[in-house]
Ligand binder design. Structure first.
Ligand code: MG
Length: 118
């Protein structure tokens, strides 16, 4: 069993034990995903470079919890949409590699449209 499947099964068991699927629809799952991503952002809001570094050092566990919350909703939404997130991720990475070829993008931060003169 791959680890994504294993984690998805954990998420589904958690939901099913609480009978929460009745409250779930793609819109609200997507909203939940963004809300958790926003909670991640709160760790960095209003902090400068040094403060960010110190905050990460002091609160890596809490940052990890927010990343886990994001992953929870990614896994659940992927499941409910019957979407293979592993295949979607691989396809996206292949697309990213085409958008950002190493010979053009290495060491540069411009968006792909800039790199390709689009
Ligand atoms: Mg959270």
């Amino acid at each position: 069993m791959n680890e994504i499947k294993e984690l998805t099964d954990l998420v589904l068991r958690f939901r099913d034990e609480r009978n929460w699927a009745q409250f779930h629809n793609p819109k609200d799952l997507a909203i939940s995903l963004v809300l958790e991503a926003s909670e991640l952002l709160e760790h960095f809001q209003w902090k400068n470079g040094d403060e960010v570094a110190h905050h990460i050092e002091a609160h890596k566990d809490r940052i990890g919890e927010e990343l886990a919350d994001v992953l929870y909703w990614v896994l659940l939404l992927s499941h409910d949409l019957d979407l293979d997130i592993i295949e979607a991720f691989k396809a996206k990475m292949e697309g990213n590699a085409r958008k950002y070829p190493v010979d053009k993008a290495r060491g540069r931060h411009e968006k792909y449209t800039e790199l390709h003169g689009l």
